[in-house]
Design a protein around this ligand. Structure first.
Ligand SMILES: Cc1cc2nc3c(=O)[nH]c(=O)nc-3n(C[C@H](O)[C@H](O)[C@H](O)COP(=O)(O)OP(=O)(O)OC[C@H]3O[C@@H](n4cnc5c(N)ncnc54)[C@H](O)[C@@H]3O)c2cc1C
Length: 938
């Protein structure tokens, strides 16, 4: 309103002024000589006033334009508000739907449990109970491993039966009333937690006088309980505790059409019978003489050791102090789990171990068999458990540097690709050995922070995304600049949605979608922030969830994990027995030479027994940390620091080549423009990644002269190139302005820039995540306005011995120029179009806080690697597949061509890791059959 009035007044004034000037002109000629000069001056003054007014009018125009823009934004905001409330409503509806579906799933699970129990002979139910209890006692978050850390706690029938069994054996539950001393009536310390042996002795006393004393009481109890478990509705009076075991009726399997179940049933017929139980029970009774350790005291409910620290903290180490803060709490055992875990006596463990050993003996003699897809049904997992042929061998430790000498499939490398391959190979019936050279599983996968791509995932469906497989393929091919293998990209995109589902099935909720550089839609999935607003470490969480599952499989003896074990060589073994090499019968196709660590350090390795495997999956990651490989293939980058861990040495390339494989695109190395320079160790070789989100939130990049030099939101390679060109004092970089010289060939070695943020940018980025970089890692220094910033830059220049002194005025000009562009929303000198925040306060108030960090380009990812088929099988120099050898993850090539799209690597690990695992299991099955056939022929 005020502007309009001002404008109208001005227009009226301008008209009258113009007429006045017009009228005064003839007047000036009329007036006598002496007054002419004065009139002229008056006219000039009027004219200059007119110019001023015109300028004022321009300002008015600018204000009007700004108002229009504000109005437009208001309308847009209102639309967005409306849309978000619609989305909230939809989300609520979906949540309800999900709840209902979960209830239905629970119901189905329960029915399946009932059906399974009904289908199984009583001995096996008892065996389940024992083994389940054992597994529980070893690994508290057992349910967590496949159902997700905040999922329901494995309330299976079997657990209930395990609980019942223990209750029946007379062992009081966890918080039972303390028994009193018979004479004094006081609680005795000795009796506070009655030992198993005592409990068993008590039950034995109860049974004294029973005519059927020939059978030890515990065994009779077991038999009774077995009946109870399998006939829950039977008349209680007919089978009183301590009474004779009821006649057992073996029910028909309810799910006899299932392959897994029929396998299970046949294995069950070989399970320990009552005689064995009796012998074992007798042994147990003998052992009662020896006091047994209290299982609670030995801490059986411990969650598995986290193998990697979370979030960005993970980027440089597997062991930072932040880990404790970020690590999701180990799930509190539920009441039932607690009961089972607390009362699982050594007797039961002992019995279970013996049962496992007996089963192992038998299955070793008859050849081992594993059921097919059992995941994720706990019932089927339990059935597999009962059939496991090497439970006893697995022992209590889930991973070790002890090598079990034979496997169907050897997976080399314990990053995301290796974990996905292990899970899938195991699901397809293979006995897998996962070999990892580091003491902990995780690799670079645990460092990922942006997320994992996927099309048609749950989150995209919820968001009603218009994304498509074809658009994803096109984006990936465009980024790869003509070097991608289209068949691999097709597989990647086609399987992307189910890959996200696969990860979610382990309990990692990938709800949040972002649209990262080079993508046409929001398709990079990560987890929602914590309730306190802290971002979750997506790579770390995905690895932790899959690792947890693999560790559970290891506890069950279905997978062997060898950590601190480096594969130093691979060769073909004599697979087929012949008259001359008959001794090789039963050995795998490949000999995997493993060096295990000596003592605690993985730096010192010693030769160990070779592992023989029927198929091999190479999942050893990239070579960003290998100075020699970079020197050979991308020498212009060899002196750069890297975001990768020191394990990224590209050893898988040599292993693949030794089996006849082929590499390609090894010179295609992705450089990330912003690795944090640690002020306390500026020469460090491994740097933390300064995530793109910092620039996305409005961070500025300044060079050592105090100037901006690039659109901070430009693609990675543009920002990197600009840092090399404009943020270096190195004289070698002079050639960089010559467009004929490829930037990487004349790269200066000293390029480093300053990343500057104000409070508004920090707010956008997320203060708690920012505080990790500023307070924990101390990469940022707080400075006072433009003066402080100039001082900081000068300090670094001095430290680096650059004879450059930056005046405060220059920094101020730089920031003012940015502010002008940001305010008027026009592209600035670097074609920057989007201005997430402005820095007005920094120039208006001398002491306004700014936060500055040093950054430089770092080697981040290696696109080249071993050539593979769309099934993940290694290709030879003639593009023919090599039998039994697979590669997945960063060790392979083809998906990313010359440049990787953010978020495509985690996806590649899951998609091709799974395919490689399936292929390797099939190859191993075939190898075993061929071997048997050859043996029969001999
Ligand atoms: C800081 C950072 C952030 C990233 N962010 C993302 C992101 O947000 N999204 C995305 O998609 N990608 C991201 N990436 C890339 C991605 O994390 C990796 O490329 C990918 O996880 C590689 O997985 P991998 O399983 O192939 O290898 P790794 O996870 O590196 O695992 C390989 C494993 O093999 C082991 N190994 C190597 N040689 C041997 C041997 N001879 N014997 C036994 N074991 C061996 C290693 O010790 C290692 O544990 C990021 C990378 C980094 C460094």
């Amino acid at each position: 309103m005020a502007v309009r009035q001002l404008r109208e007044a001005f227009e009226g004034f301008e008209t009258s002024l113009s007429s006045l000037v017009a009228a005064s002109r003839p007047l000036a000629t009329d007036v006598d000589e002496s007054n002419q000069e004065a009139v002229k001056m008056a006219v000039e003054e009027l004219l200059s006033k007119q110019t001023e007014l015109t300028q004022a009018a321009r300002h008015v125009d600018a204000i009007t334009a700004m108002r229009t823009r504000i109005e437009k934004r208001k309308t847009r905001l209102a639309e967005l508000k409306q849309r978000s409330s619609r989305l909230v409503a939809e989300l609520q509806a979906s949540a309800l739907q999900i709840e209902t579906l979960m209830d239905q799933a629970d119901k189905k699970l329960e029915d399946a449990n009932h059906a399974m129990s009904a289908a199984l002979p009583p001995e096996q139910v008892v065996d389940y109970a024992y083994r389940l209890a054992m597994a529980r006692s070893i690994n508290a978050p057992f349910g967590w491993n496949y159902a997700g850390r905040h999922e329901r706690p494995f309330p299976t029938e079997l657990q209930l039966k395990a609980g019942k069994l223990v209750e029946f054996a007379g062992v009081p539950p966890v918080k039972a009333t303390k028994p009193k001393d018979q004479d004094t009536g006081k609680t005795t310390a000795k009796d506070e937690e009655p030992s198993v042996s005592k409990a068993a002795a008590r039950t034995a006393e109860q049974a004294a006088g029973d005519d059927e004393g020939a059978l030890p009481l515990t065994v009779r109890q077991v038999a009774f309980l077995t009946h109870e478990c399998t006939h829950p509705h039977a008349d209680a009076h007919a089978h009183a505790p301590g009474g004779p075991p009821s006649k057992r009726v073996k029910p028909e399997p309810a799910l006899s059409d299932s392959d897994a179940l029929s396998d299970a049933s046949s294995a069950v017929t070989q399970l320990p019978n009552e005689d064995l139980l009796r012998r074992l029970a007798e042994e147990v009774e003998q052992e009662e003489e020896t006091p047994m350790p209290n299982p609670t005291a030995s801490g059986p409910a411990k969650a598995p050791e986290p193998t990697a620290a979370p979030l960005e903290a993970m980027q440089n180490t597997h062991d930072t102090g932040v880990k404790q803060e970020e690590e999701p709490n180990a799930e509190e055992p539920t009441e039932h789990v607690e009961l089972v875990m607390t009362v699982v006596p050594p007797m039961i463990r002992h019995l279970g171990t013996r049962l496992g050993a007996a089963a192992a003996e038998r299955t070793a003699a008859t050849g081992w068999r594993l059921a097919g897809a059992m995941y994720p049904s706990p019932v089927l997992l339990a059935s597999l458990l009962a059939m496991s042929s090497f439970t006893a061998a697995a022992g209590a430790a889930s991973s070790s540097s002890t090598i079990v000498p034979q496997a169907h499939v050897a997976v080399i490398g314990g990053g995301l690709a290796g974990l996905a391959a292990t899970i899938e190979a195991q699901r397809n019936g293979a006995r897998v050995t996962l070999v990892e050279k580091e003491a902990r599983i995780g690799g670079n996968s645990a460092k990922a922070t942006s997320g994992m791509n996927g099309v048609h995932s749950r989150a995209q469906r919820l968001a009603e995304s218009q994304d498509s497989v074809q658009t994803f393929v096109n984006d990936t091919l465009r980024a790869g600049r003509g070097l991608c293998n289209e068949a691999l990209v097709d597989v990647l995109a086609q399987h992307s949605g189910e890959a996200v589902d696969f990860v979610e099935s382990f309990g990692v909720q990938l709800d949040v979608l972002s649209q990262l550089g080079g993508h046409s839609f929001a398709r990079t999935h990560r987890e929602a922030n914590t309730p306190e607003g802290r971002p979750k470490p997506v790579g770390f969480d995905i690895v932790a969830a899959l690792r947890g599952h693999v560790e559970t499989l290891a506890q069950l003896g279905l997978v062997h994990i060898a950590t601190s074990s480096r594969v130093a060589g691979l060769s073909r073994a004599h697979a087929m027995p012949t008259e001359s090499n008959g001794a090789a019968m039963g050995r795998g196709q490949f000999q995997v030479n493993i060096e295990t660590a000596v003592g605690e350090s993985t730096a010192r390795m010693a030769q160990a027994t070779p592992l023989l495997a029927d198929a091999v999956v190479l999942a050893t990651g990239g070579y960003s940390s290998s100075a020699s490989k970079l020197h050979e293939h991308a020498p212009w980058l060899e002196d750069l620091a890297t975001t990768n861990g020191p394990w990224a040495q590209g050893e898988g390339l040599d292993l693949g080549l030794s089996l006849g494989g082929m590499t390609e695109h090894l010179d295609k190395v992705q450089v990330h423009p912003t690795g944090f320079v640690d002020p306390t160790n500026p020469a460090a070789r491994t740097l933390f990644l300064a995530p793109e989100a910092l620039r996305g939130a409005g961070a500025l990049l300044l060079n050592n002269m105090g100037h901006r030099f690039v659109d901070e939101l430009a693609p990675r390679d543009t920002v990197t190139g600009s840092i090399w060109r404009y943020a270096s004092y190195d004289t070698d970089s002079e050639n960089l302005d010559d467009p004929a010289t490829p930037v990487h060939e004349q790269r200066p070695t000293d390029a480093e820039a300053f990343l500057v943020m104000n409070k508004a940018a920090i707010k956008k980025f997320g203060p708690s995540a920012f505080s990790f970089y500023s307070k924990v890692k101390k990469f940022f220094t707080e400075v006072s306005g433009t003066t402080g910033l100039a001082e900081y830059i000068n300090g670094v220049n001095q430290e680096r011995q650059y004879p450059i002194h930056v005046e405060e005025r220059i920094v101020r000009d730089t920031i003012e120029a940015y502010n002008r562009a940001a305010e008027h929303d026009f592209a600035d000198a670097f074609e920057k179009q989007t201005f997430p925040v402005n820095y007005n306060m920094a120039v208006s108030f001398g002491d306004h806080p700014l936060f500055v960090a040093r950054i430089k380009p770092v080697v981040h990812y290696t696109m080249g690697g071993l050539r593979v088929s769309p099934e993940g099988q290694l290709l030879d120099t003639h593009n023919q597949t090599i039998d039994g050898v697979f590669a997945a993850g960063e060790v392979s090539s083809g998906v990313h061509g010359a440049n990787r799209l953010a978020g495509n690597s985690l996806l590649e690990c899951v998609v091709f890791g799974r395919l490689a695992g399936q292929g390797a299991a099939a190859a191993a099955t075939k190898a075993t059959a061929d071997l048997r056939h050859a043996h029969d022929e001999l």
